[in-house]
Design a protein around this ligand. Structure first.
Ligand SMILES: [Zn+2]
Length: 160
């Protein structure tokens, strides 16, 4: 264990002997680093392999487009619970919940479906990262269009 740590430290220092590399935290040039912490900010450092093919932007955009309807559903559900609680506290339980559920269930279905897609996007992230540029864009655009259309239809039906 201690030996493995030492070897790692040695590899890091050997790499930085001939290489300009910024500290990922403060940007200080780590060339000729001694030890395994940044001399400028004290951040613990390690040697890692990166890939130019990992384009997180598209995946994050996909997550955001799914998080918005899920988040909206959660917020609405929270206010519905508050509303019902307030109604019961002020009027007692009358057998009616004082809230129209007709426009709640489509929102909950939408939030549930996008929640499932969000879980899939996180769980299957490596599959997404391995897709070609074209397929990543296709997935992203389709998600934008479908989620956008669902939100549009929802608001149109609620507020008209
Ligand atoms: Zn630093």
């Amino acid at each position: 264990m201690a030996q493995a740590t030492e070897e790692k430290a040695e590899r890091l220092q050997r790499f930085l002997e001939g290489e300009d590399a910024p500290c990922p935290i403060c940007g200080y040039n780590l060339r000729h680093l001694k030890g395994t912490t940044c001399p400028e900010c004290g951040a613990a450092l390690e040697l890692r392999v990166g890939s130019m093919d990992l384009k997180l932007g598209r995946w994050i955009a996909l997550l955001i487009s799914l998080v918005i309807p899920v988040g909206y559903g959660v917020v609405e559900l929270f206010f519905a619970v508050l509303w019902i609680a307030r109604d019961i506290i002020s009027n007692g339980y009358t057998g009616q919940l004082g809230l129209s559920f007709s426009w709640y269930w489509p929102l909950m279905v939408l939030a549930g479906l996008t929640g499932a897609l969000l879980a899939a996007a996180i769980f299957l992230r490596r599959r997404f990262w391995l897709l070609t540029d074209q397929l990543q864009r296709l997935w992203l655009c389709s998600t934008f269009v479908i989620v956008g259309a669902a939100i549009g239809v929802y608001f149109y039906s609620v507020y008209t």
